[in-house]
Write a protein that binds this ligand. Sequence first.
Ligand code: CDP
Length: 239
Amino acid sequence: MTTDPISYLPNIAIDGPAGAGKTTVAKDVAALLGYRHIDSGGMYRAVTLIAIESGFEPSDWNDDRRLLAVARGLDIDYREEAGETRIYLGGRDRTRDLRDPAVERWVSVVASVPEVRWALVDKQRSLARSGGVVMDGRDIGTCVLRDAPVKVFLTAAMPVRVMRRLMQKHCTGSPASWDEAASSVVERDRIDSTRSESPLRPARDAIMIDSTRMARCDVVSQIRFMVEGKIDRRSRVKR
Ligand code: CDP
């Protein structure tokens, strides 16, 4: 059991498969608690976007030193603007571009390159160093923030995840068919769960939340109660 001071703001790790609603929930939890939200997937998407724009061939990515250089030199900034987390690359807002179908198509391939992961994990850890961060991704509870006192593995039935992804695509102005959305979700889950480095899986101490039939606000409340429970327990330990 951790004995950090009561004034320490815990980090919260939220992992899960594509379309489970991690980023939406993480954003809401952060807003509710006054924490900082870090969408770690944004970093993998950013490296993918830059690689595509630089003309790197996906077939070379497994041993492409340039990909690692992009990850190491990534100039990424998460900014809260009008209740939204915007992602800036090199000082430019690229939030929308990070959801481009080409990025979606290749991001899991980029994310399976171990050296790229090591570089980005370092950046993720440094952003969470002072606590009070809600970070969502695939390996936050198992690797990036192994000591986070609150870990959630958020999932939902496949048709619900596909539906959420379709709605998100519609809202971001790049509508897709059901089959396209479904195959993208299935393929990314497959690559993410079978890669050798930090595959997608729940941490042993994660609480599983199946949001198939849950409203967004109920998922957020459940996580908030988990956080409050940890802080109370710590207070009792300290006295
Ligand atoms: O929002 P969605 O769940 O679709 O994906 P994301 O969080 O933006 O992550 C995009 C991709 O980045 C994932 O499919 C993974 O391949 C990779 N990723 C990862 O490997 N590890 C993380 N901590 C976060 C994302």
